[in-house]
Design a protein around this ligand. Structure first.
Ligand code: GLN
Length: 293
């Protein structure tokens, strides 16, 4: 990629970047303005108001470097360091999976369930990554106490920054653990267990572009994609309250198998597979008390 005659205005830089990124599979029309707004420290819409504003050589050089990294496939969120989710803007680094809109579906189910209950819930978010589920639930459920667990210390560092960003450090407890780890002693103590665990089958990972940039630890679900979910299901009955709810994000083809595993792990639970906005199976819910006599 050469740019011998560097454009020096906002409009010129954007035109150059759009032409470069146009050729790149997976890039979006807003990538160029979002990267430039990030460098200039302004809103994307402010760029439109000042198209002839000159860029300094340093700003232009930085912009070129980011556009080239985007062109090589680095996700936009890792370049800007942020990702919008629900009504939040979360910090992300390459140590964590980038929050996906699909996960909003799980969050909405959790909120609806929690709001219909008399008691403020005690919640565990297993494999919290950026803290996306834990922080969003804590923010929208003022009485809730949330435990956010992850095996990755680096991921917990990001989750900590996100909890602090929304002033939730007191209600989001971060725990470094393999799945529920040290919480297993707290019998029946959790009203809601939510998890977006790694669920991509290992063989599918090789062909998935995301796996080149996002942490494998957050994606690799073993031979059939359900290995980590199975391990969690073995732990859940110990700490889920008798009238508690389990919510798991899953891959579209896993609906039936994941539902069967959840039904076996939580005898008597009402297990439901929910589709996302694209009509694909995306979340399993298991209400433990629902079908008890
Ligand atoms: N939804 C992610 C993807 O398909 C996978 C997330 C996960 O494994 N929990 O890229």
């Amino acid at each position: 990629m050469t740019h011998r005659h560097p454009p020096t205005t906002i409009a010129g830089a954007l035109a150059w970047a759009r032409a470069v990124l146009n050729e790149v599979a997976g890039s979006e029309p807003l990538d160029a303005p979002l990267l430039l707004a990030h460098i200039l420290g302004c809103e994307r819409t402010a760029l439109l108001a000042h198209p002839q504003r000159p860029l300094t050589p340093a700003q232009f050089t930085t912009f070129c470097a980011l556009v080239e990294r985007r062109a090589s496939g680095v996700p936009l969120a890792y370049l800007t360091g942020e990702r919008a989710f629900f009504d939040l803007t979360l910090i992300v680094t390459p140590d964590v999976l980038i929050p996906r809109p699909e996960t909003e579906h799980l969050v909405e189910r959790a909120l609806a369930w929690a709001r219909a209950r008399a008691r403020s819930p005690r919640i565990a978010d297993v494999g919290t990554g950026s803290g996306v589920i834990a922080v969003t639930l804590a923010r929208h459920l003022p009485g809730a106490r949330v435990w956010a667990l992850d095996v990755s210390r680096a991921a917990l560092g990001v989750a900590r920054r996100n909890a602090a960003r929304y002033d939730l450090a007191e209600r989001v407890h971060l725990v470094q653990a393999d799945l529920l780890g040290p919480l297993l002693g707290a019998r029946g103590a959790f009203d809601l267990i939510a998890a977006n665990l790694p669920y991509v089958p290992t063989s599918a990972l090789e062909t998935l572009p995301v796996s080149r940039h996002e942490p494998r630890l957050a994606l690799d679900g073993g031979p059939d994609g359900l290995a980590v979910i199975r391990r969690l299901l073995a732990q859940v009955p110990r700490i889920l309250a008798a009238d508690g709810l389990l919510l798991l994000e899953i891959e579209a083809e896993q609906g039936e198998r994941a539902a069967a595993l959840a039904a076996t792990a939580l005898p008597g639970a009402r297990v439901t597979v929910h589709a996302d906005y694209a009509g694909l199976d995306r979340v399993i819910s298991a209400e433990w008390g629902a079908c008890k006599g």
